[in-house]
Ligand binder design. Structure first.
Ligand SMILES: O=C(O)CCC(=O)C(=O)O
Length: 343
């Protein structure tokens, strides 16, 4: 696993970004840039890739991502989903990026990919990207992503819309819960002109960016496109809050078995289901018993009424009929009530 030097890590901690030096050979740069253009222009079709058109300036006018642009166009802003492209996948898995993720998320943490894309500023066009941070509620994740890499596929210069950053601004944390684009007040307060640093970069060179670093980029009035590969890596346990799903794991392995806490919940649920079944059964038995006793009570009441009538009739007749004569039916009823007689 390739490693950054301790000095690079100190610079990253201090500034929120660090230069990674040359990561790509000239031949690979040409291949990657060509591939991005082919995917955007439709020469190469991959249904798992998403594309976004450049606006020529206005960030608020950006269209959504689509799977196809006008055939042959070079006026694209984004090619996204590059983990699904066989040429780009090895770049997504670059050993330098693996070492960075191991240092930031821990050597045993699985690491997943939020997105891998080409950000393009077409020659003579480009879309402004206002001051922002890469995190917050708009990202709809259950934990904050920390790390993004950015690799120039063309020389990135002030003239063609290179990245601009406020060094050290990652130490502010996320400026709003919502995240992403800064409010006008925050941009005025934290991004004064004298603190803005343009990160010019040679083609094939890379940057490591903390996701909370305040950054932006401008348009590209030059005659050359400004294409860059960028990838944001997540702690592999991260889930999207809208889907509950994990993201594709790039480094390490995410144990597919549920967490032991979730397993225990399943055990508890099974025990509760069993107890619920037993209680329901017992309740049915009790209800049946109540019905049986109600029926007996009805019988007893009607027998009591018949005795009352008999007594009243006897009184009327002033009869001397011996008591034993009416005992037999009573014994029969008592036997039924106890349940020891024939029904
Ligand atoms: O490439 C650019 O101009 C901006 C990229 C960016 O802001 C990002 O990847 O978060």
């Amino acid at each position: 696993m390739d490693r950054l030097s301790e000095q690079q890590w100190r610079d990253f901690d201090e500034n929120g970004f660090v230069r990674l030096g040359q990561l790509l050979e000239p031949e690979s740069i040409v291949e990657f840039a060509r591939r991005a253009d082919e995917l955007a222009s439709g020469t190469l079709v991959n249904p798992q890739i998403q594309l976004q058109l450049d606006t020529g300036g206005d960030y608020d006018a950006l269209p959504g991502v689509v799977s196809q642009l006008t055939e042959g166009t070079r006026l694209y802003r984004k090619v996204q989903g590059l983990e699904h492209d066989e040429l780009f996948l090895p770049l997504v898995r670059h050993p330098v990026f693996e070492g960075i993720c191991a240092r930031l998320y821990g050597p045993h943490a699985p690491v997943s990919l939020f997105r891998a894309m080409i950000m393009n500023k077409p020659a003579g066009q480009g879309t402004y990207l206002p001051w922002h941070q890469d995190g917050g509620d708009v990202w709809a994740l259950d934990r904050d992503p920390l790390v993004t890499v950015w690799v120039a596929l063309d020389p990135a210069t002030r003239a063609n819309g290179c990245l601009e950053v406020i060094p050290g601004s990652h130490r502010l944390g996320l400026l709003s819960e919502r995240g992403s684009t800064l409010s006008t007040e925050d941009a005025e307060r934290h991004c004064p002109a004298d603190r803005v640093l343009s990160l010019e970069l040679e083609a094939g060179h890379g940057l490591l960016l903390h996701n909370w670093l305040l950054h932006r980029s401008g348009i590209n009035p030059s005659s050359q496109p400004r294409r860059a590969f960028t990838a944001c890596y997540l702690d592999g346990r991260t889930r999207g809050v809208l889907t509950g799903n994990h993201f594709p794991v790039i480094f390490g392995r995410l144990d597919p078995a549920p967490h032991h806490y979730v397993r225990q919940l399943h055990v508890d649920l099974a025990a509760l289901r069993h107890a619920h079944g037993t209680a329901e059964h017992y309740a049915h038995d009790l209800e049946a018993e109540v019905e049986r006793l109600r029926a007996k009570l009805g019988e007893a009441e009607s027998y009591a009424r018949s005795l009352e009538q008999e007594r009243a009739a006897r009184l009327l007749q002033d009869s001397t009929v011996p008591l034993q004569a009416s005992a037999a039916p009573r014994r029969g009823w008592l036997a039924r009530l106890r349940g020891d007689g024939a029904h």
